[in-house]
Every structure is written in structure tokens, then in C-alpha cells.
Write a protein that binds this ligand. Structure first.
Ligand code: HEM
Length: 658
């Protein structure tokens, strides 16, 4: 048996043993069967966590294989080399196994929730109703479908671009299950679900990347030093991400610190923290010792340590699945429906003071804002260190945009936006019209292209080359086409509010994240085309940009008026359940929301008109200076002007019949 196969076996064994120990320690292995209550039996009791473990491991592996192929291994002008092609093919099988494991989790999930055996479940219509009508069932079905899609597309992927696209797809496929999981029953379910989703994203890159790297090393495949160095740079950030999101997941589930040593759940989590610290030490040792030896052609120590690290990581994954099957300590919250739906008590009557003081931490968008601010700041600092100038106006604009994003997603505005339609509309307009204007005027792509170093190897793709590749891709060309950008910006608003989409987006945390992200991204796309400073494939002349802006205005006005005229409440199921007793009626807040949608558009229009005027003026001045310079180089005459004058003279002569 090859060494890589032996490592795989050891890792699998460690994961299963840790799962069994965790299930026993968590009290889930031999639960007390209460007579009269349905019991699905031992097959289901073990089948569900084992299928979840399989799902986690195959998901991490699919991400790891695609990461290795698209990012860690150097490629030649975007064409994958032999080992990378091999990993993409392997990812196709891992993705298929992932889909299969998710299907198993559906079967065992139904049996477990209904207290039925597997044959009973397979014979009845339980599967289809679970897979289509429960949030967890729909999430698992998405993993089955996406897993099969990744498996199929990987068969034909031969470029780094295709492998990178599949990598992003695989990372997105990790999200539905944690974002709809049992953590939605914890005290702060939004924090709990966001934290586990971010946890799995960081884990997939870190654990998936290391497992494949260790196998790559054991098989003595080429370019180990490059991929190990690249992985090490990424691994530190993943480690920080796993730790922070793990702690946030814990905070969201435990009522008190003492739960860590008084509850089974807490003690399993402590075991994970110990493993996390150990893994941190191993990472430190790699940086301190083994990577240096690897670079000087002595891979032995790196291979041994990476092997041990892989086994420890997979054991921790086993433990984590047992943790996710263990009920967290009971939390006794206010017995009101609003709290169950919102994850926080219904706020008091709205006042400006409350909007500015009742902040509510949203982990997902806090991470988004921290990344946007942190990466931009690092870019500006690098230019400054190099002595390169970066217009301060752009930096200010960017951080105003990030600041407004934080305000719109973390302050009382975000809290009241979940409770009142008109406040929701203010949040929507801020995220889709105001924040994007400031972000696109910050010119982040130009900054990245100036701050990032080109790839060390000719033809290889580092972050800088990836940005240029994406900028020149057919996808970017299509989405930044003015017609497409406008259609997305306007069309999606109508599609969201005049269909049941809005109610499900308000009800589900995953839906809420998607809705907020969509507002932001569709706004950034639209304003990038109109006033973006960064290079883009579709640059409109200034008149065209003005036209694009004015074309959207009647649609916004019509949207607002339609809301104001409506006689029924949008998403009434959601708002009625909240049971708000203060403030205006639901219909009145909806009408106010319509008025806001209609009127709010004026503010960004003004800012955009100003920005276009300034950009137009600067462009004209630049052109005038350029033609002056050209006139200077050719000894006074401007060739264009000269030939035009000659043409006029000829006409003149012709008129005179000379
Ligand atoms: C500071 C260290 C860590 C803490 C506090 C932590 C905490 C948590 C918590 C609270 C959950 C949610 C469990 C639930 O659904 O109730 C979780 C999920 C998970 N953790 Fe961690 N974790 C840590 C480190 C790690 C490490 C190092 C790994 C693996 C190498 C890991 C792997 C996982 C996995 C795979 C899940 C998802 C389990 C599932 O639902 O399928 N965690 N973690």
C-alpha cells in the first residue's frame, strides 16, 4: 500500500475513533429510549453522524483538491500542469462522494427526525417532502445537486480559471447546511449559523489544503516547495479564521462560561480547543523549521509533520461532528415569537436614539467589512512604503463606504430593518445606492493591481494575475455590460418585492445574507459601470453614463409608487408573527417604504452627477494637456488641427473656383 494510502487510512480511522469517543462523551451513543416515543434505532443513530462526517470530509477534500490545482500549484499561462490535472480529476470523484454522503444524510436525517427506520423511510414519501419542504432538507438537496454538478464540470476542466471557478462553487456548496442547521435553535441563531459557515469555509481551505499537500509530499510530486510556501501563507489566516469563528460559534451556543466544564457540549468543545492549540503549534514548527528544510531540498521533516497534522485534523473533524450531534446546554430565552424569529427581543418603539444605540453584532457582515477595510488599508500602506502616491480622496471614499456598510448592517438600523418595512427600505437603499458609490470611487482594483507584486514565475498566476484574468474574462465583460448591469440593478428589486422571495429572505438567515449581499453587489456593479475609477471592459462615454443613470430613475419612481398604491402587505406572514404593537400599521410602513424608495434615489443621483462632472472635467483637461503636449512635440502645429485647416482651405479654394 502506498504511503499516501496509508495516511488516508490513518486519517479516516482517527476521524471515526474521535467521532465514536465524542458520541459517547456527548451522551449520544447510548441514549435512554423512552417507551412510547419513536426510536429510529442504532443504525440511524450512528448512520446520521457517520454520513455527516463523510459529508464534511469529502467536502473538505473536494475544496483541498481544487485549491491545490487552481492556486497552490504553479500553472503555465493558465493551463494546468500534470499534477494539477490529476487533482481536478480526483476532485470530480470527491465531489461525487460528497453528493452521495449528503444523500445519505437526507435519508438518515428523515429517519432520525421521524423516529423511523431506514427501510420505512425509503418506502414512504417522507424523503421527497423532507428534501423539498424543510430548510435542512432543501440545504442537503442543494449539496447533492451542486456536488454532482462539480463532479461533472471537473471532468472537463483543464485551465486554472475553470479549476478556480469550481473551487468557488465548492466553497459556496459548503454553506447551505450550516446556515440552516440546528444552530438556528441556539440563543443567538444568526451568530451561530454565520459562525459555523465561516468556520467551515476557513476549515475547508486549511484542512482540505493540508490533506492534499501531505499526499502530494508523500507521493514525491513536483513543485512541493512552491505549493507548501503558498499554503503556509494562506494557512495562518485560515487558522485565525477557524479560531475566531469557532469561539463565536461557542459564544452563540453557551449561556455561560461555566457551561464549558459543566456540560458535555462544553467539554467536547474544550477538547477541540486543545486540538486547535496543538495544530497551531505544529503550524508554528512548520514555519520555524520544516519549510526551511524543504526549501533546501530536505522534505523529510515536513512530510512527517504534515502526516501527523493531517491525522490530528481529521480526528478533530470527527470530534466536531460529535459536537454538532450533542445538544448544547439548554437556553431559556424570552418565550416570545419575535425572539425566536429575530434571535433578539423585539426592539422598543423606534427613535433616532435607538437607531444609533441599539447595535446588534452581525458576524457575517462584520467579517466582510473587516476584510474590505483591512485589505484596502494594507494596499495603501504598501504603496506608501514604496513611496508611491495614492490619492487620499480615494482612501477616504473607500472608508466612508465601509463605515456606512458597518452602520447599515450592525447598528439599530439593521435591527429595525427586520421589524419595519420602511426602515428595511432605508437599509436597502443605503446598501444598494450609497455604499457602492463610495466603494467604487475608492478604486480598489487599481490599488490592488498597483500594490500586489507580479507572480515570481513567468506565466504563473499570483493574486495580481488572477485579478487581471478576471477583469478580462468573458464573465466580467457580460456582467458589466450597461444593459446587464442596469437590468440586474432594477429587475432584481421588482423580482424580490413582488414575489414570495422577500418573505423567505426575511425568514431565513441564509436568505437574509443573500439579500443583503445582492443589494451591495448589484449596486457596486451598476455604479462601477457609471462612475467606477477602476479599469473595466465596458467603458461608456460620459453621455452614455448619464443616460444609464436617468434610465433607471423612472423605474425607481414606479417601484416606489407601486408600493404606495398596494392594498396588501408584502411578507405579511413575517411581520404579523413579530407582533409589533407600537408605531404605524404594517400597510402604512409599507407605503412609507414606497415613498422612501421613490425619494431616496435623489441623493445618489446628485452624488453621481457630481462625480461624473468631475471625472468628465478631469478627462477633458487630461486630453487637452495631451494634445497640447503632442502639438509641442511636432513644433507648434497640431497634426489633426492642421489637416482640418488644410481641408477647409481646399474647400475655400474650390468655392472660389481656383
Ligand atoms: C478554537 C477552536 C475551535 C472551536 C471553539 C470550535 C467550535 C465549534 C463549534 C461550536 C461548532 C458547531 C458545532 C455545532 O453545530 O453545534 C464547530 C463546528 C465544526 N468544527 Fe470547530 N471549533 C474549533 C476548531 C476546530 C478545528 C481545529 C477543526 C478541525 C480541524 C474544527 C472542525 C469543525 C467542523 C468540521 C465543524 C462542523 C461540524 C458539523 O456540523 O458537521 N473546528 N466548531
Amino acid at each position: 500500500m502506498s504511503r499516501a494510502a496509508r495516511l488516508a487510512l490513518a486519517g479516516a480511522a482517527a476521524a471515526v475513533v474521535a467521532l465514536v469517543i465524542g458520541m459517547i462523551a456527548g451522551g449520544r451513543a447510548f441514549p435512554r429510549i423512552i417507551p412510547g416515543l419513536p426510536d429510529a434505532g442504532a443504525v440511524v443513530r450512528w448512520g446520521l453522524p457517520v454520513s455527516k462526517l463523510l459529508m464534511d470530509v469529502t467536502g473538505l477534500l473536494t475544496v483541498g483538491l481544487l485549491l491545490m490545482a487552481a492556486v497552490l500549484l504553479p500553472n503555465d499561462k493558465g493551463v494546468l500542469g500534470r499534477p494539477a490535472l490529476h487533482y481536478v480529476k480526483a476532485a470530480s470523484w470527491a465531489a461525487l462522494a460528497w453528493a452521495g454522503a449528503a444523500f445519505l444524510a437526507i435519508v438518515f436525517g428523515v429517519a432520525d427526525s421521524m423516529g423511523r427506520t431506514v427501510p420505512q423511510v425509503l418506502n414512504g414519501a417522507y424523503l421527497s417532502s423532507y428534501a423539498t419542504q424543510t430548510t435542512q432538507g432543501v440545504a442537503l438537496t442543494l449539496v447533492v445537486l451542486f456536488g454532482v454538478a462539480i463532479a461533472l464540470f471537473s471532468r472537463g476542466a483543464i485551465t486554472a480559471g475553470a479549476a478556480a471557478g469550481l473551487l468557488v462553487f465548492a466553497l459556496v456548496t459548503l454553506l447551505p447546511v450550516p446556515l440552516t442547521g440546528h444552530s438556528s435553535s441556539s440563543p443567538n441563531h444568526d451568530l451561530a449559523t454565520s459562525a459555523v459557515a465561516l468556520h467551515l469555509l476557513a476549515l475547508a481551505l486549511w484542512v482540505g489544503g493540508l490533506v492534499v499537500l501531505a499526499a502530494h509530499a508523500l507521493r514525491r510530486e513536483p513543485q512541493l516547495e512552491v505549493s507548501a510556501t503558498r499554503f503556509s501563507r494562506m494557512a495562518l489566516w485560515c487558522y485565525i479564521g477557524v479560531g475566531l469563528s469557532g469561539v463565536f460559534s461557542l459564544v452563540a451556543r453557551l449561556g455561560a462560561v461555566s457551561d464549558l466544564w459543566t456540560s458535555e457540549y462544553g467539554m467536547l468543545a474544550v477538547a477541540k480547543i486543545v486540538a486547535f492549540v496543538l495544530l497551531g503549534y505544529v503550524g508554528y514548527w512548520h514555519r520555524r523549521r520544516t519549510l526551511g528544510q524543504l526549501e533546501s531540498g530536505r522534505p523529510g521533516a515536513f512530510i512527517r509533520l504534515a502526516g501527523g497534522e493531517t491525522v490530528l485534523m481529521l480526528a478533530t473533524v470527527g470530534l466536531a461532528v460529535a459536537l454538532s450531534r450533542t445538544p448544547p446546554p439548554e437556553f431559556v430565552g424570552p418565550a416570545d415569537r419575535a425572539f425566536d424569529l429575530l434571535g433578539f427581543p423585539l426592539p422598543p418603539e423606534i427613535t433616532l436614539g435607538n437607531v444609533f444605540t441599539l447595535w446588534w453584532f452581525d458576524l457575517f457582515f462584520a467579517v466582510v467589512a473587516a476584510l474590505l477595510g483591512g485589505l484596502y488599508g494594507l494596499g495603501v500602506r504598501r504603496l506608501a512604503r514604496r513611496g508611491d502616491r495614492w490619492p487620499p480622496g480615494r482612501t477616504v471614499s473607500w472608508f466612508v463606504g465601509v463605515g456606512l456598510l458597518v452602520f447599515a448592517t450592525q447598528s439599530g438600523l439593521a435591527r429595525y430593518a427586520q421589524v419595519m418595512f420602511d426602515i428595511h427600505m432605508i437599509e436597502h437603499m443605503t446598501l444598494s445606492m450609497i455604499v457602492p458609490i463610495f466603494l467604487v470611487l475608492g478604486a480598489p482594483v487599481t490599488l490592488a493591481l498597483r500594490a500586489l507584486k507580479p507572480a515570481v514565475r513567468k506565466g504563473d498566476r499570483g493574486p495580481r494575475e488572477w485579478i487581471t484574468t478576471i477583469l478580462h474574462s468573458r464573465f466580467t465583460k457580460v456582467v458589466t455590460h450597461p444593459v446587464v448591469a442596469t437590468a440586474v440593478f432594477i429587475g432584481s428589486t421588482y423580482a424580490l418585492y413582488f414575489t414570495p422571495l422577500f418573505e423567505s429572505a426575511m425568514t431565513e438567515h441564509l436568505g437574509h445574507i443573500w439579500m443583503t449581499l445582492h443589494f451591495l453587489l448589484s449596486g457596486c456593479l451598476f455604479f462601477w459601470v457609471i462612475i467606477g475609477v477602476d479599469p473595466g471592459p465596458n467603458r461608456l462615454p460620459y453621455v452614455g453614463r448619464l443616460l444609464m443613470l436617468f434610465v433607471t430613475m423612472p423605474f425607481h419612481a414606479f417601484f416606489g409608487i407601486a408600493l404606495m398604491m398596494m392594498g396588501t402587505v408584502i411578507a405579511s406572514g413575517w411581520y404579523e408573527q413579530l407582533g409589533r404593537t407600537w408605531g404605524d400599521t404594517l400597510l402604512q410602513t409599507q407605503r412609507d417604504g414606497g415613498a422612501i424608495a421613490w425619494g431616496f434615489g435623489e441623493i445618489p443621483t446628485l452624488i453621481v452627477l457630481l462625480a461624473i462632472a468631475v471625472q468628465w472635467y478631469k478627462d477633458d483637461t487630461r486630453q487637452a494637456r495631451r494634445s497640447d503636449r503632442r502639438a509641442g512635440r511636432t513644433g507648434g502645429g497640431d497634426p489633426e488641427l492642421d489637416s482640418y485647416n488644410a481641408y477647409l482651405a481646399r474647400l475655400n479654394r474650390a468655392d472660389k473656383g481656383e
